[in-house]
Design a protein around this ligand. Structure first.
Ligand SMILES: [Zn+2]
Ligand SMILES: [Zn+2]
Length: 360
């Protein structure tokens, strides 16, 4: 990670207020948004950098640390801040910051925020993914804030104006006449969802809805130890409902897990190893499948009994809560031949006279 100056990136000076920083981020993020600059690697890199800079300057603690340490590399505790910022992170940050239609926080308290739909994606996992954890890339169709207007539905060159229905108050007063007299009630303005602002002119890209449907590849971290039926929730990664709305969540549902060639018991994996009678009696080496997909040669002592277990510690399933992995238990079974030749019968009959061949 090379050093960069987030103030320079966001084109603001060191004393910039948080609203100046936010509006500058919004302007630059919209200009460089990948959807507006398809295939333009330079714009994508700028978009990521801008998001990363905003991540620092919008957080008072991070901003203060940056101000004190000056450069990215010099601070001892900077690694958690500058953990690298991928396009996914940048897009997510953009969704989070502008999944609200971009109105001020004081307004937001009285405003009605519609929430977008959750998107549920079913996944089938393999034993390796469950044992070790994995990153899955999902393709999701979802509505996102329109890259032209940032989700408020207004033509960017015209901006917003006070809502005529409520005179910019966000609330309207209605009077009803009843036999008890007239009753006044105040409620949130339908035209502006309580924000007091409406677009001067509708955005031409989204026709004023503020939302645009896009196909997105989203990386999902699958934690080791997850089970069939579990859900992973990615907050604010679902559908954006349009102006003044807030995105729903993306829910990843583990529909099934294919444990072949194992079975699962808690955090342990069970592997059945079938030995021939001579192998069990004499000892041998067998190939055992591992959760990683590789196989390992395992020494089998002589005199193995059906049901005996060879324990491969720490080769089971990663613990969802806690450290390390469970074990891989290799359970021995012994194969008895169904048919024998005359010669084989003779040898076994002779052996059966030996006291070692009698059950204990
Ligand atoms: Zn738009
Ligand atoms: Zn209104």
């Amino acid at each position: 990670m090379t050093g960069f100056d987030p103030y320079e990136v966001l084109e603001v000076d060191r004393n910039a207020s948080s609203s100046e920083i936010k509006s500058s981020y919004r302007r630059l993020a919209l200009k460089n948004h990948p959807d507006k600059n398809p295939g333009d690697k330079g714009a994508e890199d700028r978009f990521k950098r801008i998001s990363e800079a905003y991540q620092i300057l919008s957080d008072p603690v991070k901003r203060d640390r940056y101000d004190r340490f000056g450069t990215v590399e010099s601070g001892p505790d900077m690694s958690d801040i500058f953990g690298g910022f991928g396009l996914d992170d940048a897009l997510r940050a953009f969704m989070e910051n502008f999944g609200f239609g971009g109105f001020s926080t004081t307004r937001a308290r009285t405003a009605r925020r519609r929430r977008g739909q959750d998107i549920v994606v079913d996944v089938e996992l393999g034993v390796g993914e469950v044992a070790l954890g994995a990153t899955r890339e999902l393709t999701v169709m979802r509505a996102e804030p329109c890259p032209e207007c940032g989700g408020d539905g207004a033509d960017p060159s015209e901006g917003m104006e006070d809502c005529p229905a409520c005179d910019g108050r966000g609330r309207v007063r209605t009077t009803r006449r009843t036999f008890l007299g007239s009753i006044q009630s105040v409620h949130v303005c339908d035209d502006c969802d309580g924000t007091g602002k409406v677009p001067k002119k509708k955005c031409s890209v989204c026709s004023g809805t503020g939302a645009k449907s896009v196909k997105r590849r989203i990386k999902v971290d699958i934690p080791a130890g997850i089970e069939e039926g579990h859900y992973l929730k990615l907050g604010r990664q679902g559908d954006f409902p349009g102006a003044n709305g807030i995105s729903g969540d993306l829910i990843v549902h583990v529909e099934s897990v294919d444990y072949t060639p194992f079975e699962r018991e808690g955090d342990d994996l069970i592997y059945d190893a079938v030995l021939s009678f001579p192998q069990a009696a004499l000892g041998t080496r067998i190939e055992v499948s591992m959760a990683t997909g590789e196989s390992r040669e395992v020494e089998v002592d002589s005199g193995m009994q059906p049901g005996d277990v060879i324990l491969l510690e720490g080769e089971g399933i990663g613990r969802l809560r806690g450290r390390g992995r469970g074990d891989l238990r290799v359970v021995i079974d012994v194969h008895v031949p169904r048919k024998l030749s005359r010669e084989e019968k003779r040898i076994l009959s002779d052996l059966s006279e030996s006291k070692r061949f009698k059950p204990d």
